[in-house]
Every structure is written in structure tokens, then in C-alpha cells.
Write a protein that binds this ligand. Sequence first.
Ligand code: 0A1
Ligand code: ZN
Length: 883
Amino acid sequence: MDIARTPATPDGNPEMADAAVEPKASAIIRREDYTPFPWLVPQVHLSFELGVEQTRVTSRLTVERNPAADASPTIRLNGDGLKLSELQVDGEPCSTHAMDGDDLVVTLPGERHELTIVTQIDPAANSQLMGLYASNGMLCTQCEAEGFRRITFFPDRPDVLSTYTVRMSGPAAQFPILLCNGNKADSGGDGDTHWAEWHDPWPKPAYLFALVAGDLVARSDSFTTTGGRTVELNVWVRDGDLDRTEHAMESLKRSMKWDEEVFGREYDLDLFNIVAVSDFNMGAMENKGLNVFNTKYVLADQETATDGDFDGVEGVIGHEYFHNWSGNRITCRDWFQLSLKEGFTVLRDQLFSQDMDSAPVKRIEDVRILRGVQFPEDSGPLAHSIRPDSYREISNFYTPTIYNKGAEVIRMMRTMAGEEAFRKGTDLYFDRHDGEAATCEDFITAIEDGAGLDLRQFRLWYSQAGTPKVSVAVTHDGDTAALTFKQDIPATPGQADKQPMPIPLRIALFDRESGKHDGEHLVMLDTAEKEVRFAGFAAPPVLSINRGFSAPVTIDRAVSRDDLVFLAAKDDDPFARYEAMQDLMVGHLVSAVAGEMDSAERDAARQDIACAFAAVLEDDRLDDLMRGELLMMPSQAYLSEQMLLAEPGRIHEEREALKAALGSALESQLLTLHKRASALPFALDQAAKGARKVKTVALTYLAAAKPDTASDLAEKQYSGADNMTDRQGALMVLAGLQSPARTGALLDFYNRYRDNPLVVDKWFSLQASSLHPQVLQHVKALRDHPDFTLKNPNRVRALYMAFAASPHAFHAEDGEGYRMIADLILELDPINAQTAARFVTPLGRWQRIEPARSALMRGELERIAEAGNLSRDTFEQVTRSLG
Ligand code: 0A1
Ligand code: ZN
């Protein structure tokens, strides 16, 4: 089987670097240059006179010299596009200040001073959605990573911790609700204006500051911690959305309980507020005591949200809540340490969801995400280690590598230590660094000391980018099986040579006759090559490797289809069983795309896959959630990763052909499955969720083989649906068919849900990612739809991210798809740079695509680079992508 191969190391191209016009203030920031800030800012008093078009911010800072830093005669207060209205030092107008670019630099003679700074900002004009902005008439903030400097001049870096007291005032009718971090200390009003004063007792960096002002309603509840603190909980939404907040509230209470039980972490304020906003660049934000969420991760009910959406809400609510300890109580020293909070918190949210739902299915889903988005990042021009060495724009480093690979790296520590010892390590970390701005190194040392591990060599996982490839061969002699391992870490930009890393591999050796193994082994592959021998095998065993996906690596091994069929049917590790199914399909599809098979070989391979599918369909020990996973095809992205130069058109064709072959071979079983699953009434339990999942899986195979039959079934599923999972699944299938039912169903869907933006997003996405041959035209038309706007990131992603992931349309041979994404980037960049920059990634794959398309993709990147006036975000991604 062909596997992921080393991508060519991108070589520098000085001509391009000249052509791209560098935006101002786009210096490279380096981790090695870190120095502590010369000033401490123990207290911050903020006063906001709120207005949608004009907000006046008065900031009073107590500053004192930092004894742990080199003294400086000046204090640098970061600003971004701010105009200074007033500045006082110790109550007197200041004359010893100067602007340095966007920053304000004030000369301070003494040890301790009070600075008063007044700025005026226009939230309505803030389309970047960083700092203070208006969304649907309400005001809210987003300060991570560097948004606070768009509100007031401040040392906007995560190692400056302050206690905040905040007064908010504004028109009571427009902003009846005034929220901020911490606890509400006081409130009042005079005439039409009212005010509230908030105090957060926990010192925090500016990126965790938040305020919200608007006309909101709350679902309220409470939680009592093990320590006996009663915490008031609120989920704030717009009037009309309250009915869809129950799942968010339940998820929050479950998160609070789980973190006490599993990590020993209790909540530390009397109040926990969550606010849902519809204009948001990311998923959600862990501001202290006042989490701000994208509505997508709060609002859910049976009618409008799929099971996947419900899981998303639970996972993100957990994630943000868990940040209260891993991120807020212990924050990051600098942004190079981002994975300290994000990798660890992703691991915590993954473990939480594993405990709440089906653990094996959650693990498979997480690995699928990792391989679908992080592996491609790690093998492309944007590859970076989980603790990067440099950046221009930190927003570009909120990546699957920092988040998902970061989580995998900590998960490996847990696997090596065992759960109990790992907990000792995390307890020590929380004890030792509570109240600090810490580093990844601090985390590793705490785990070493607490869990009793030696992680000296393991630290390489923090500094080396690239997905390791592990090759393994099994030989058999007498009664001994020998496993020979080899590891190879591909070169990545700026890192040509790599050292071997410790790779924990859970393995089992199956006896072919009995179908059993006598226990799992943890092999530590910590050298470039290693041989491990196992006695007691009269015949060559079948190897099950990287069980539970114990290490984020690719495995390269010569394995027969017979062995894969064996493992697909018998492996007792659910992930390994899924993996065997995937390998069966990947092996076949990669050979088919390469044209390595004659028709007899192709038939034999399809036959084996169909047999494995039949076994999964018939195995009544499997639950439907797991069955759905086992029947899932490897994604186009994952298949492309297996090839040195991908041919998107051919991969798509072969993948669809295999789907059709399986749909034909298993037609009656799939119909039976669909019928059985359809008979189950709606419920939120695992069985009903599983039934909904396999129902749509069955439809997708049938659609490829028998479009008419599938169209009828999908139409029935659509119109009879009493929940969004069934309705969306059916519509997805219909949207890809050229059937008469397609248009009617799409129209019906839009008319039903036109007032619900999250569902309208689905409507855009389903069409942009469909298998329909005219997707390009559909996307163009949708771009002109009255509901489309570049101002709302959810809507932009709904249309264009879905499109960029659609292989046949985005990779249209004439380059039209690439052109559309480049046009989007250029148009969106001045409006919302953070969101625009994220669309560079799909074009950045050019080095791994066949030559004709590759040239077109590169051409579009060059066109963007030459446009000039680019944001720092897009400039950085485009120049890195060009290599
Ligand atoms: N810390 C958040 C992610 C986040 C980062 C930047 C943002 O700015 C637009 C927003 C959110 C998390 O991990 O959930
Ligand atoms: Zn996070």
C-alpha cells in the first residue's frame, strides 16, 4: 500500500518575497526574544460609556516597576487603530508620551504611578470582530489574542495580570443587560441611563476581559460545588432563542461536575455567564466568568440542530468551562505557549465527551478530525511545531496543530503514565502554577515530577513539526514473532533534520486460529529503529497496531487484505477495527487512482470490502453509532494525504465508484438497515442517535448506486422527519442528486427555516458541498442570494469553507474554484482579516497536487500576494504558502 510520503521541502523564492507588499507592523516575533514586562499592572479600573456608534473608554491603571524585569524609563501601551483622547499621569496631564506606530509610549520617572487614559471607539464600524463590536444591536467584546488594544492602550500581553473593576453605563432601553467578568458589585440608574459595576477578584491578562451589553434573556440555573459554593448559571440569548438553550445549560452543569470528579477542579466565582452572539470569528471564548459563544455552539433543539450539533455544543461548552483552570487560573506566559492552554483543554474536552457519550466513537471522530485537517497542515507549507518559534500574526496560530496535535501530545503522556499517575501530574501542575502565566516547559516538568515520567526526549514533540511515519514489519521464526520498527519524521519548513522521538504504540498480536490475543503491549519506539520480539507464536500472528490511536503518526506496513478483513471483523479495540476498515478502502483507492489494478484485481478488492461491510451490517454486537463509523469512507482529504501528488478528480471518481459498487453489492442489506433504523422513534439516547446515523449512511451508498431509489427514500425521510438530523441527512443526499425532488426539498427547507440563521447556514453549506455536478454555478448564485453577507463569519464559512472542501468543484480543472476562493480572500480581507486568512489554507496545498492544478493554485496565491494592502493575517499565510 502506498502511504503518506515526505512532501518536497518548500524552497525559498526571493522574487515572490519582493513582489508581495509587506503590510506595516508585520515584524516577525520570536519566542527566544521573550523578556518579562518591566512594569506590573496590579489594578485596572475601566469605565465604559456605551453607544453602538460611539463608546468612550476611561482606563485607570496602577503601574509599578516589576522587580523581576530589567528597569525601563518608559512603559509601552499597545494600541491598534486607537486615537488617544486624554492622558494623565498621577492626575496631571501628561507631556512625556509619544506614539510609536500604533503604540503609546509613556516616560515614567518613579516606582509607582497611576495612568488615566481616555479613548473613543466606534463599535458599529468594527467589522473585524476584534475588540468591542456591535452584533445585532448588542455590544460585545473579543480580546484574545490581541483585541484589548483595540479598546484602550494597554500592555496587551498574557503575562501582565491585573484585577479589574469595570463600570458600564448606557441607555437602559437599548442595553437592559450589562455584563462583565467576575461578580456584579453594584448597579443603578438615573432617568434613561443605567449602569453596573463589576469586580473580578481573580487577576487576569487583558485577553480574558469581556463585556456584553444588550437586550438579552437568560435561562438560569445553579450548581453547587463540592466545596459548597452555590454558583448562579445563566445562558444569555436573544428573545425567542430561549427554548434552544436547555442542552447548553445541561452541558454546562455536566462539565462542572466532571471537572471536579476527573481533574479535581472546582469553579471559583459565584456567577458563570454564557452569552450567545451571532457574529463571531471562532467557536467561543473563555473570558473569566463571562464566556462569549458563537450561537452555533449554544442553540440546539430537536427541530433545528443535528446530533452532531448537539455534540458540538456539549464539547465547546465543556472546552470553555475547562479553560477556567487550564487557561485562566493558569494562563500562558506568551503566545508561543498557546498549546499549554489549548492542547490541554482540547484533551480535557475530548475526555469529557468520551465519558458523556460513546468513548470509542468519540475517539474515532477525534482522530478523523486530526487526520483530516492537522495531518495535511503538518505536511504542507504552514507546518509548525505545537510550540512555534516565530509568527507575524498570532491569530494565524489558532491551528489544528496547536489544538488537536497539542491534545494528542498530552494524551501520549497520559498513555505512558497511566491515568492515575497522570492525574498526579496535573494536580501538581495546577498547584504549582496557580495564578501564574506559565510555559509548556512548566507543564512538562510538572507531569514529569507528579507522574514520575522521564520526558527529556519527549520534549521533542514540542519543538519538531511533521507527522512521524512509523514503518513496521513482522517476521516469524520458530515460536517467535519479531516486529521491526523504523521511524522517520519528514522535513518541514525551516526544519530539515529531525531527531527520533518517543512514540508510544499500543499493540496486540492476534492468533489467527482463535481470533484472540493474550494481552496488549505498549511498545516505546524511541530510537530510529527498534526490534521487539514476542515468544509463544507457533504461526505468524496478525498485528493490531496503534490501538486507540496511541500516537499521532502514520503507519506504513505491508499488510495483506486478508489480515485487514480479519481485523475489521475481530479486533477488540474499536479504533483498530475502524482503522482496518479504513485501510482496506484506502489501500484499494490509492491503487485504483494510481492505475495499478486491472479489472479483475479491482473486482477482488471491492469484493473483500463488500464482505467486510456485510459483516459490519450483520454483526449484532455492534451498536449503530459504531456501525456508522465502520461504514464511513475515508475522506477525500485523507486519501489525498496518502499520495505524493494528489489527483483530486481521479480520487473523487474512484471514491464515488467504490461507493456505488458497495451500494449495489449491499443494496438489500442497506435497505433493510434504513428500514429498521427508520422504525425507531426520536430519542436522545445512543440507540436512537445511532439509528439516525446509519440511516443517512445507508442513503449515501444507495444514492451512488441507485439514485432513483435513494431519491425516493430521501424524499420520504425528508418530509417525514421530526428532527434535523434526519432532515439534513436526507437533504444532503438529495442536494447531490439530479433528481426532480431536489429543488422542491431545497426550497421547502429554506422556507421553513428562513428566520433561523443557523439553519440557513446549513442550507448554504449543503449546496456548496454537494456532489451535484453544477456546484460552481450554485455557489455563484448563492453568493448573490439576499441572505448572503460577508459581514457574518458563519455565513461566509457556510458557503465558502464547504465549497473549498468539495473536491470536484473547488478543484475544477479550469481553475474556476481556485479563482473564486482567491476573489473571496481579496474581498473579505479588509472586512475581516482573520476569517479571510483561513481561506488561504486550501490554496496552500498546491505542492501536493498534480502539476496542472498546482500551477493554477500557485497562480492565485501570487495574485493575492501582488494585490498589496493585505492584512498582516493574509500576508503571512500567503507568503508562507508560496514557500
Ligand atoms: N480561546 C478560544 C479561541 C479563540 C481565540 C481567538 C478568538 O478571537 C477571535 C476567539 C476565540 C478557545 O480556545 O475556545
Ligand atoms: Zn480553547
